[in-house]
Design a protein around this ligand. Sequence first.
Ligand code: HEC
Ligand code: HEC
Length: 484
Amino acid sequence: MTRGPASETQTPTPTPLWAAAQSRRWQSSVTAAVCSVLCVVLGACSKHAPESGSGGGETQPNRLTVSPASSQASTSAGEATRPVAAERAPIVDPIPPHTVPALTAREKVGQSIFLDTTLSNPPGTSCASCHDPDTAFSGNNGSASGVARGSRPGHFARRNAPSVMYVKFVPPFHFALEDDDDVAESPFGGLTWSGRADTVAEFARLPLFDADEMNNASEAEVARKLRGSPYAADLAREFPGALETPAASMKALGEALQVFLTSDTMSPFTSKFDDFLRGKARLSPLEMKGLTAFENRAKGACNHCHQMYPHSNRPESSLFTTYAYDAVGVPRNRAIAANADPERYDLGLCERKQKAGRPLDSSDPKWCGSFRIPSLRNVAVRQRFMHNGVFTKLRDVVAFYATRSTNPDLWYPHGARFDDVPDRYRSNVNTLSFPYNRRERDPPALDDADIDAIVAFLQTLTDEPYRSRIALAAAHTASNETTP
Ligand code: HEC
Ligand code: HEC
């Protein structure tokens, strides 16, 4: 955790300084990289609009357009030597040069709100405290337990904070057929690990008023802070009427955060993998081996849930999630203080409050233990993994997939398998999908070399501004070869 939350918590009154300091820091890293992209590519914005959802809401989910050819990705071992995209005829229409546009005035207002540490009670915790721009908008506000620390001492959110990059692609919560030959519809999408909201605007209230997160008492309190903020005039200009009533302020705040988080800046597609798709970069032999193991059903079969289309030159087709839900059965995180209570469980999707009148019910007990499949973009710069933050190293996560079923004692040392799911729901945990459909003491689907290769491949999913962070993470992993 690089952000020193304590040092930022003591801002007694709104001053322009916090904003300047925080946003400068971020802008210097993000926009420097964005600029480098812009400078390489001569000419103005010729951005390609993604075909899937915008604004976290209006479009049909899970309908990322993929050409038929690209969806027939072969999984043979020979793929490691597959030519890079540049050497093949384009499969879909040629895409224009990649540019990441600068933030618009409206998006900038959202950015200011996102960085505003006065919007908590006591002041000091902004959205960015838990979604740290330095670590690809993930992080837990300095918490050491794996779940995010709130604005008050000793208060913690229930879960590990996900990255808020690429949220524009998260479809609203819905049921749909997962595969063409499925008979029953399954859940997809919705924001958070359990689909608790459909849009950023709708979601933004939750952390602001959650006593364990930003702990504001009322809309009036938040509205007062917005009125006194250094960006109040910008807010009123870009969102007319925003400062007139607390309700109008909340509405404007939600919209501003939404336009910021769903801006193209927050979905930059500037990773090495994206350049590989565009035919502008080569993956190393190790990374290529990882890519193959990632999609090969006899190896990781990760692609089934963390979907990518390496033959498509459209990065938006490879979001590394289907937005479906799965019960992976991750180990209980005993570092979470609240977990001292053996009856305390996070049941995930089945705790979601179902809106009335929907035919299919997310509170069906069969969804207990299921969490939304996270995107793996920028996963290599995360410090905590899984909804409960139980893992601290990316390599451990991959190793967990390899040996969860073949050597469960490595992961559940306390005896009970799937020990973070209550007994009565343990049969919900997925034991049928690759790679965890093996029996105890079978050889694991992935050996150590495969695991290292997948980690190397996952590191190629890191966007430009964060690439330097991988070296740190890799050094950390190399010096900690304790992974089973
Ligand atoms: C105290 C830490 C904390 C703060 C502060 C915080 N968040 Fe979060 N955020 C989380 C956690 C934890 C989750 C996962 C919640 C869950 O799964 O129930 C989350 C989830 C999200 C998501 C869903 C991402 C996804 O992929 O589904 C969005 C969007 C988001 N936060 C935006 C915000 C905004 C905007 C703010 C400021 C108004 C904010 N957060 C403040 C901890 C925090
Ligand atoms: C059957 C679906 C499925 C398969 C197959 C699968 N995953 Fe996952 N993955 C998930 C779900 C669901 C989660 C979140 C689980 C949780 O937090 O309880 C997850 C979480 C992760 C995370 C943590 C991300 C974060 O932000 O915390 C990583 C890394 C990951 N998976 C990598 C892989 C790799 C590598 C493979 C292949 C070896 C793989 N996954 C195969 C469904 C799957």
